[in-house]
Design a protein around this ligand. Structure first.
Ligand code: NIG
Length: 389
């Protein structure tokens, strides 16, 4: 195996807690990659020799984005619903059923091609790891198919059979199906279970039943909570030890306090908030309470039709009042924690997978300073350069 030295790094975001500041920045840095793994990190002047040398000409380098919340396996388009919403109508979860209809009608190959294209676009913007949820199938056969296809692109597949109740089906009967036959069928393909705990989707008791069944089957827990109004999502997630609770637009002081004293990651979805004109979550209050934040794209055809983590970071800085370092950390190390993979990804430290993102800028501050600009210059996944500009 050849080793590669990346040098000429003007600013390196390491997320190494042993280094100073939120993101452990080093200036004039170098990184050595060996066999897909980070082997050495430090000042360029002290870098060891390697078989190959790449000079990044003063550009900034950070860990690849870790996008811990997506719904990227779907077919169809909901731009009409989006226009309707932008004309002043509120988001309603019922739009999910439109995507269920279109997804169910698509062939495996159509879904596989669409998912691969979306994965490619995300990668081109610096995303080196992502989670994908099912949830646009809503019956045993379709949910299993979505889980199987999603597992072709990521080991972090989440079973979201409990997305909404299909039309004409009794909610409790549907929960029994999700926690019984559907869970058993998807189990070989998924690592996580999730539930949309919200008025109009699943109430507290139904959500608890879904999460407890997932836990008994050996799955990690994730929750869609407090998106459309205050509700039980946060408390349930914290009580059951979920890895993450996502959305968080409507939080009570007790919810903020609970997140502040738990290891459940509070995942914020800024692109979704913009696209649904939702109030932004109280990011600063969450941080002040001691919560761990992640930022994710929530890429899906209804509420957030983007996989741009750079856009999420810019929005989190400009609208949610995170500092640049807090936002970059949340979109990398925070996402890794939300997927319980912080020992492998989300940081540039020896032993981690060599997932790196070099940008055509001297500092990560450019994500917010030049919002909407495509800054990606190069991306490495597991040490392999997969994007070059
Ligand atoms: O995370 N909130 C529930 N699920 C998605 C929306 C999916 C859709 O509308 O198609 C979300 O925002």
């Amino acid at each position: 195996m050849t080793t590669e030295l990346l040098t000429g790094i003007g600013e390196l975001t390491t997320n190494d807690p042993q280094r100073e500041g939120v993101t452990g920045r080093i200036h004039d840095a170098a990184v050595v990659i060996d066999d897909g793994t980070i082997a050495w990190v430090g000042p360029a002047s002290e870098a060891p020799a390697a078989d190959r040398r790449t000079d990044l000409g003063g550009r900034a380098v950070l860990p690849g984005w870790v996008d811990s919340h997506t719904h990227l396996i779907f077919a169809g388009d909901r731009s009409e619903e989006f226009e309707f919403r932008m004309a002043g109508h509120p988001y309603q979860a019922g739009g999910i059923r439109t995507t269920v209809r279109d997804t169910t009608a698509a062939s495996d190959d159509e879904l596989r091609t669409a998912l691969a294209a979306r994965r490619g676009v995300a990668r081109a913007g610096g995303t080196t790891w992502l989670e994908v949820k099912t949830g646009y199938g809503l019956d045993v056969e379709q949910e299993t198919r979505l889980a199987r296809l999603a597992a072709e692109v990521t080991p972090d597949v989440t079973f979201l059979g409990a997305h909404v109740v299909p039309p004409g089906v009794d909610a409790d009967d549907y929960v029994a199906l999700v926690t019984g036959d559907m869970l058993a069928a998807v189990r070989p393909f998924v690592r996580w279970i999730d539930v949309f705990c919200e008025r109009g989707a699943f109430d507290a008791a139904q959500s608890r039943a879904v999460l407890e069944a997932g836990k008994a089957a050996g799955l990690g827990l994730r929750v869609h909570g407090n998106q459309l109004g205050e509700g039980a999502g946060v408390q349930l997630a914290v009580e059951l030890g979920a890895a993450a609770v996502d959305h968080l637009n409507f939080l009570s002081p007790a919810d903020i306090a609970a997140l502040g004293s738990s290891s459940t990651v509070a995942t914020l979805l800024p692109a979704c908030d913009l696209s649904t004109r939702a109030p932004f979550p109280p990011a600063r209050e969450l941080l002040a309470a001691g919560a761990t934040l992640a930022l994710a794209s929530n890429g899906n055809p209804g509420t957030s039709n983007t996989t741009s983590m750079a856009f999420c970071v810019a929005t989190a800085v400009l609208q949610m009042h995170l500092t640049v370092e807090e936002a970059v950390w949340a979109a990398t190390a925070g996402g890794a924690l939300a997927l319980r993979r912080s020992d492998q990804i989300g940081a540039v430290v020896p032993g981690h997978r060599a997932d790196l993102h070099a940008i055509d800028a001297p500092s990560v501050s450019h994500f917010a300073y030049r919002p909407g600009m495509d800054l990606t210059y190069a991306v490495w996944e597991g040490g392999r350069r997969v994007v070059s500009r």
